[in-house]
Design a protein around this ligand. Structure first.
Ligand SMILES: *Cc1c(COP(=O)(O)O)cnc(C)c1O
Length: 343
């Protein structure tokens, strides 16, 4: 009975909400990592008419979308890993990100150039990109080589906290690098879009919010609908005495006579092993606490206060209730990880 339900209608709804939030920005739907675990082909084909472009991490992911007849532009965030990747980008009308000197050399050597490239500028994340001071001259070289459109892009390391020192430093660097930039710009991710962070960003690159993910540390946006439900049902129940422990290592001990339900989902399915006792699980109308360590294929929950519990009663691990971000907090991780690593 354990399954993932994906509500494509919710993703389309979120895309429309986010387009309205983004105002006059172009909306790029980020569908890397199999659309954050939601299925890149079904997601992209379902929302294609509601967005302006897609982004993936790897060229292989872009080829998969082209093979599925997705025709909107696709940006490859990691850029080409070799010269052949870049030639494939030209052939399939895929926009490469350029962040490294040898990618520029491959581009220079091509006879047929990509129509558009995105130039990654390292404004402080220190993961990918050129030095801000180099950006203008690289852009001019690319244009001299025959590339018509060069989009300036960078990524915020702490978009959830726009007033942090790190964000302010990045915005200052970005502002200096893109003053008088001839062409489009892109800085915003989900959090920067939802928080309307004031900075140059003609394009918004939106991933997590599209799937109903919320921004850490902020009031949830009630209009965004969670698209993924991880569901299961009760496999067995038992009554245990006060003082009995449950599961590996006996981590959870019953403070009273208790009823325990066992649910056939575990870390082998992608439910986090690190989930603490008390992590909420929905059963019928109730939210009940996880009780005991997560096993490979099973979890145990405390259903003492739920009245009659029958076998096969539906259980929700995350979805509308509890939200994936809540489960993630109880497991010391982020909802992004829970969504993307289901097996
Ligand atoms: C993944 C990614 C995004 C999307 O970020 P969200 O927080 O999911 O909106 C945007 N830009 C880059 C460069 C990324 O790697």
């Amino acid at each position: 009975s354990t399954r993932i339900d994906i509500d494509l209608g919710a993703i389309l709804h979120n895309a429309k909400v986010l387009r309205a939030v983004a105002g006059d920005k172009h909306v790029m739907a980020v569908v890397k990592a199999d659309a954050y675990g939601h299925g890149s082909v079904p997601v992209a084909t379902h929302i294609e008419s509601a967005v302006d472009a897609f982004a993936v991490a790897l060229i292989e992911e872009a080829v998969t979308l082209r093979d599925a007849d997705v025709t909107k532009p696709i940006l490859v965030l990691e850029g080409p890993h070799c010269a052949a990747d870049l030639a494939l980008c030209v052939h399939l009308n895929i926009w490469p990100t350029l962040h490294r000197a040898d990618q520029l050399a491959w581009c220079h050597a091509l006879t047929e150039k990509p129509a558009q490239v995105w130039l990654k500028i390292d404004t402080g994340m220190h993961r990918l990109g050129f030095q801000p001071a180099q950006a203008q001259s690289i852009s001019q070289q690319l244009k001299a080589d025959g590339i018509k459109t060069v989009v300036a892009m960078s990524h915020l390391a702490a978009a959830e906290t726009p007033d942090s020192d790190l964000s302010i430093a990045q915005k200052t660097t970005w502002d200096a690098a893109t003053t008088n930039w001839e062409g489009e710009t892109s800085l915003h991710n989900s959090a920067a879009t939802l928080l309307a962070t004031p900075a140059r960003s003609v394009w918004a690159r939106i991933g997590y919010a599209l799937y109903g993910g919320q921004i850490e540390g902020h009031e949830p946006n009630a209009r965004l609908k969670p698209a993924m439900t991880l569901a299961s049902s009760v496999l067995a129940t038992r009554r245990i005495a006060q003082g009995d422990s449950v599961g590996y290592g006996g981590r959870w001990t019953a403070g009273r006579e208790s009823v325990i339900a066992t649910v056939p989902v575990g870390y082998g399915d992608g439910y986090p092993w690190a989930a603490a006792d008390g992590t909420p699980v929905a059963i019928g109308e109730h939210l009940v606490p996880l009780a005991g360590r997560v096993s490979m294929d099973m979890i145990t929950i405390d259903v003492t206060d739920c009245g009659e519990i029958s076998h096969d009663m539906p259980v929700t691990l995350w979805g509308n209730q509890p939200h994936v971000d809540t489960v993630a907090r109880h497991a010391g991780t982020i909802g992004y990880e829970l969504m993307t690593r289901l097996t």
